[in-house]
Ligand binder design. Structure first.
Ligand SMILES: Nc1ncnc2c1ncn2[C@@H]1O[C@H](COP(=O)(O)OP(=O)(O)OP(=O)(O)O)[C@@H](O)[C@H]1O
Ligand SMILES: [Mg+2]
Length: 261
């Protein structure tokens, strides 16, 4: 029985800090590009730290935070102009922030400056994301660590959660809280998956059990991989990871398990 990729596939890749969210986003993108499915793909770096462009080797011009900040400064005195400011802001973001790569598009959220601006950037991103995702069949969002993105409503445009956990108990607690908040804020999510990263074999068994007890679907484990460490050390794009990498093979199986390919 073949997996039938479910579309649209809009995923939030979340979890505790440092568990491997950005690495998983990069690996899943590589798998998707190799699977040669005719998808319109958007990759969103929703972490204000903006690590994903470096990890993927994508030259970015401006983040949404940059544009929103410029806009806010330039237009704050022009309240009575009588035109739709949000339409203009949207135009600038489409023009300056979307990077068109060969087979996918990319956008980075970045951050605003000063107090309160971060919320403003999130409000802008969330509004624009809602419109933007409609043009794509697959959207992968590399989230900020922890739970804040749920409060900022960035996840309301996704139908799938992929929560990354590692050997730490704290990463499991974060996953449980994410699930709880999804229910509390009434997000309409089709599936919540868990992916283990760099688990010891003893720990993997426990985590598979924990996932089933918490009604989370365990999608697979990415092993510790020296190719990833090498890419991190040298800064070469993870998209070029060798085909025989164990982590990439695991990501391929995970992509199948979650109906991405
Ligand atoms: N399977 C792996 N094998 C080897 N190194 C890994 C693996 N997974 C992650 N790493 C390394 O661990 C570090 C953290 O990974 P990553 O940046 O993907 O985590 P993250 O969850 O996105 O972190 P943050 O919460 O800061 O965004 C990186 O240096 C990455 O290269
Ligand atoms: Mg990250």
């Amino acid at each position: 029985m073949y997996n039938v990729p479910k579309r649209p596939f809009y995923a939030s890749i979340s979890g505790k800090g440092g568990t491997g969210k950005t690495v998983l986003t990069a690996l899943l993108l590589r798998v998707l590009l190799e699977a040669s499915i005719n998808d319109e793909v958007l990759i969103v770096d929703a972490d204000p730290a903006t690590n994903l462009p470096q990890v993927l080797g994508i030259p970015i011009n401006k983040t949404i935070g940059d544009v929103a900040e410029e806009f806010r400064r330039g237009f704050q005195k022009l309240d009575n102009l009588g035109f739709e400011k949000s339409a203009l802001l949207e135009y600038y973001i489409m023009r300056d922030c979307i990077v068109e790569m060969d087979r996918f598009d990319f956008i980075a959220m970045g951050r605003g400056e000063g107090e309160g601006c971060y919320c403003y950037v999130n409000a802008v991103l969330s509004g624009i994301l809602g419109k933007l995702v409609q043009h794509y069949s697959v959207v992968l969002m590399d989230m900020e660590a922890g739970l804040e993105h749920l409060n900022r409503r960035l996840d309301r445009h996704v139908n799938t959660f992929i929560i990354v956990v590692d050997n730490s108990l704290m990463s499991l607690k974060t996953a449980e809280k994410i699930k709880e908040i999804i229910r509390e804020v009434n997000l309409k999510i089709d599936e919540i998956y868990v992916v283990g990263n760099r688990l010891s074999s003893k720990r993997e068994e426990d985590i598979v059990k924990w996932a089933s007890q918490n009604k989370l679907k365990y999608a697979g484990t990415i092993p510790e991989d020296k190719c990833i460490a090498e890419h991190a050390a040298t800064g070469t794009p993870l998209l070029n990871i060798p085909s025989n990498s164990e982590a990439l093979k695991a990501a391929y199986q995970i992509a199948k398990n979650i109906n991405l390919i």
